[in-house]
Design a protein around this ligand. Sequence first.
Ligand SMILES: *Cc1c(COP(=O)(O)O)cnc(C)c1O
Length: 232
Amino acid sequence: MANDITTRYQSILDRIQKACNDCGRDPAGILLVAVSKTKPDNDLHRLIDEGHLHFGENRAKALEKRMESVPDRSIQWHFIGTLQSNKIKYIAHRVNWIQSVHKKSALKEIEKRAGGFNRVINTLIQVNISDEDQKSGCDPAQLEEILKYAQDLKFTRVCGLMGMATYTEDPEKVRPEFQLLKNVFEEHQHLNKGSVQLEHLSMGMTNDLEVAIQEGSTMVRVGTAIFGERNY
Ligand SMILES: *Cc1c(COP(=O)(O)O)cnc(C)c1O
């Protein structure tokens, strides 16, 4: 079946492989997060059967439900949506990565909740790289202060940065946004200390993952190309 989910999954792996070949990178350096959003659990299980381990959701309650319905402890769960501090409590017992932290108060809440379970949560700081206001993330100028705060946390690790490019049909148009995030990433490496170790750059989705990989992405978040179009 041409539209089968495992076929689509395979073609995403091929796209990542080809993008890496084209710019001389090792595909092992790109982590694929499958973004399931509203899609049924069965679709996830198909990917788990293929050996896929990293899954992302953009709503805390949806992620909570999803984590309950998939008991497999080897799965790594990523929260990638707009982060409201009062929702962290729904996911802290199980989430592995929170990719959308954009202020100190969110780190403080993650620290408290993760500490309550005596577990460590990996985070990425989301930086606003697009010119669309509704795409959240901190201003690059705020990043230093956030990272300095995070250095002393015990249950929260800051492992890198995340960014969402402006939506466009032509991925070439967002290349400068990815370059901006990569520059911000390089410029803050000197703040690696304690719980801050900037290693990951989460950028690239269905429409723009090739450009993101060329510009240094280490994590791509792909929904539509694996699970099909969404109704919202
Ligand atoms: C939905 C979503 C994605 C995946 O987008 P696709 O274009 O469907 O691949 C990636 N990142 C975030 C933050 C999302 O909300």
